[in-house]
Design a protein around this ligand. Sequence first.
Ligand SMILES: O=c1[nH]cnc2c1ncn2[C@H]1C[C@H](O)[C@@H](CO)O1
Ligand SMILES: [Zn+2]
Length: 365
Amino acid sequence: MSHPLTLEQIRRAPKVLLHDHLDGGLRPATVVELAEAVGYTGLPATDPAELGAWFRDAADSGALERYLETFTHTVAVMQTREALVRVAAECAEDLAADGVVYAEVRYAPEQHLEGGLNLDEVVEAVLEGFRVGRERAAEQGRSIRVGTLLTAMRHAARSREIAELAVRYRDVGVVGFDIAGAEAGHPPTRHLDAFEYLRRENAHFTIHAGEAFGLPSIWEAVQWCGADRLGHGVRIVDDIEFAEGGEVRMGRLARYVRDTRVPLEMCPSSNVQTGAAVSIAEHPIGLLRDLRFRVTVNTDNRLQSGTSLSEEFAKLSSAFGYDWDDLQWFTVNAMKSSFLPFDERLALINGRIKPGFAQLKWAAR
Ligand SMILES: O=c1[nH]cnc2c1ncn2[C@H]1C[C@H](O)[C@@H](CO)O1
Ligand SMILES: [Zn+2]
């Protein structure tokens, strides 16, 4: 096995992030300051370092439902325009500092109405925040592009409304739609109306599926709802068997997902925390990459996992011996799978990703 790449090396690579939650990526210090500003007294700690540790521990629960409870605190402090602008601006800055050149960041507008904002005002505040963050990153010599995905919560009943919101803002920074939240008991077909509407509108969407629930959820997302991508999708391995002698046998759904190049937005650390994977070393990403599924690497929730995209890649590089070629493969997969227009995807692949990796590989000779 070759030497694993170091975190510092990986930070320099031009990376692409497709699955990152805005309300799962706040800086701990910002949570503390915003809570103080809005009079939220429910935080489990007010020291930023302690609070960061609390989020990681609490999210380390082994169950998605418990993991999701931690969002009560971040969502509570994201109820004003100022808070949303600040959180989005810092998100863009933090991703750019980590070497991310293109990101799709998601959040659920319906969760940010408690302070009196309406859905459009929420979307506009977040778009403004990304604009501010992008400018600040540019001033520091880092260029990042951020697209937004609007999420509907799968236990709620506002998905059609949120899908319409995503279409309304699609020319000004919103690039797609998603559903998230507790998966078991909330199948994607409950939101079929929203997905059919989006398809009629030629719009893009991804669905969290195959994380806390298995193949039926993935099958519904792909075959009934028409998802362009799968959030996680890790349980697709339930449709892959090893015969004696090591021969791999894939079921029809696994073959369909691989053969039609359905992108899998894999989030290794998050999966270990929610129990969707046993450990990073045993994460199905190793097998799925070997079988040439269209795998991408993502953070999910940087706060809850105490991670960054570079750290996710560093962990994978240690566990699986991934080198620059592998990282470039994951990155090009992600860029190809983004919801940007094709010519813009190509421009990022040829103008930033390939030259960036070529330079790193040249320096490592
Ligand atoms: O990994 C996840 N699975 C399902 N739902 C999730 C995950 N990470 C975050 N969420 C939820 C909690 C957030 O409040 C919401 C919108 O970002 O999405
Ligand atoms: Zn997620």
